[in-house]
Design a protein around this ligand. Structure first.
Ligand code: MLT
Length: 327
């Protein structure tokens, strides 16, 4: 009899907590929301996050505050969200690094495919292969020759193992079969400062951080990783035109919540994301920066889940072949 009472008690408690979470979510959002960006302020992820957060805040009627939590190529910030309360008031804006880190890191503080719920895809951003302004090489062929001839001193900036800049740098070094000296930062915002100052030689970074620098001539640009040339950087050849088709890569970004977030909250976040991605200001700013908002059908939990799963499978063998891991 005691076991039956205990069972009934536990079931009632579980139902009550589920009901109260759901009831709380009914009025969601009732206070400000924190959007964790797992890289330093001023970089490409931060730029995307602040544009989307500003527009989503209007649709949700509550402020979304962006908090930068850099380190370990984005996995520190992702871990922060994985362990946050699953109440809809902490969200994560992260990119392809969510997928690559699942292979790159032998030990993450979270289980990539079981620690998060999904809101939707946000945008897919091309990358640009850059060098400091006074780099002698006139084209990618020349840059490769220079890198091979000076491998022990050519420095490549990235935002840590797991970052998009790390992935692109890894693909570049694999393609030229030459390891170079990598210099990690907490984001490519601070890395760009050193590239502009000539303290670091090469960086592969997203157009959301590099378009204005390239247009302003403050860095030397060699190629873009999109399949086609970009309207905003018409003179920049694609990596395929420049002879490195293996560097064709788009940095997709997604919005996540901790696992167990009430469905009502996720539905409201996904609806607000869809409205934000149709916001003329967001679309115009994205276009100026060489990218565009994800489609309505991609700004859904199902699309983001499918993307993450397929991208983990896609990059796993490539990373294993490159043999680059983080302990
Ligand atoms: C990266 O993956 O390189 C990051 O996007 C850099 C950043 O956002 O700061």
């Amino acid at each position: 009899m005691k076991t039956l009472n205990a069972f009934i008690g536990a079931t009632a408690l579980a139902a009550l907590s589920l009901f109260s979470a759901s009831a709380n979510a009914a009025g969601y959002p009732e206070r400000q929301i924190t959007m964790i960006v797992p890289f330093a302020a001023g970089g490409p992820t931060d730029t995307v996050a602040r544009l989307v957060a500003e527009s989503m805040s209007k649709n949700l009627g509550q402020q979304i505050i962006v908090e930068n939590v850099g380190g370990a190529g984005g996995s520190l910030g992702a871990g922060r969200v994985a362990s946050a309360d699953a109440d809809g008031y902490t969200v994560l804006l992260h990119h392809i690094g969510m997928a690559t880190s699942a292979t790159l890191y032998r030990k993450l503080s979270y289980d990539t495919l079981n620690a998060f719920d999904y809101v939707g895809l946000v945008t897919e951003v091309p990358m640009t292969l850059l060098a400091r302004k006074d780099m002698e090489a006139k084209d990618l062929k020349g840059l490769i020759e220079y890198a091979k001839a000076n491998a022990d001193k050519v420095t490549v900036a990235n935002a840590g193992i797991g970052a998009a800049s790390h992935l692109c740098g890894m693909l570049f070094m694999s393609a030229i079969e030459t390891p170079l000296v990598t210099v990690p930062y907490k984001g490519t915002g601070p890395a760009m400062t050193d590239l502009l100052g000539g303290q670091v030689d090469i960086m592969c970074d997203q157009t959301t951080n590099t378009t204005k620098q390239i247009q302003g001539g403050t860095v030397k640009a060699y190629a873009v990783t999109s399949p086609e040339r970009l309207d905003v950087l018409k003179d920049l050849p694609t990596v395929t035109e420049a002879g490195l088709p293996g560097l064709t890569v788009g940095i997709w970004h997604g919005l996540y919540t901790p696992k167990g977030t009430p469905k009502e909250a996720i539905d409201k976040l996904s609806a607000a994301l869809k409205v934000a991605l149709k916001d003329q200001n967001v679309a115009a700013r994205f276009a100026e920066l060489g990218t565009k908002p994800s489609s309505e059908q991609d700004a859904t939990p199902e699309a983001l889940k499918a993307k993450l799963e397929s991208e983990i499978a896609r990059w796993k063998p490539i990373i294993e072949a490159a043999g680059q891991y983080a302990d």
